[in-house]
Write a protein that binds this ligand. Structure first.
Ligand code: CU1
Length: 128
């Protein structure tokens, strides 16, 4: 039994090390990353959208995940998207097909706000 506890402690320590290493090896994008993933997650926890501001390319699906223990709902200020009420662990996805700055808030707690910045993919029609 004691051995298991020690093993668990060692595992946790190793995991922590791995995370630290990842953080060092993966510097923050400088804004010029090319092949970013097409799916982005925004977590909702403790009355906060995290990250609060996300920059994506046109065509990206953003998924909000409610990790809080109370319900939240997502509503675009410009009414371009709106989720149903999300209970804990519920998700809502929206695919951004047009460029622009999309402000949104929680329709249950309007002081909770976030921004999705959608950029055009073209750097001058390079994909042709
Ligand atoms: Cu909320």
């Amino acid at each position: 039994m004691k051995k298991n506890h020690r093993l668990a402690a060692i595992c946790a320590g190793l995991l922590q090390l791995a995370f630290v290493e990842l953080a060092i090896l993966a510097p923050l994008p400088a804004g010029a990353e090319s092949a970013s993933t097409a799916i982005t997650e925004v977590k909702i926890d403790n009355f906060t959208f995290a990250p609060q501001r996300v920059t994506v390319k046109v065509g990206t699906t953003v998924t909000w995940i409610n990790e809080d223990d109370i319900p939240h709902a997502i509503a675009a200020t410009g009414k371009s998207f709106r989720s149903k009420v999300l209970d804990t662990e519920d998700k809502y996805s929206f695919t951004f097909t047009t460029a622009g700055v999309f402000e949104y808030f929680c329709s249950l707690h309007p002081h909770m706000t976030g921004t999705i910045v959608v950029e055009t993919t073209a750097g001058g029609g390079a994909a042709q």
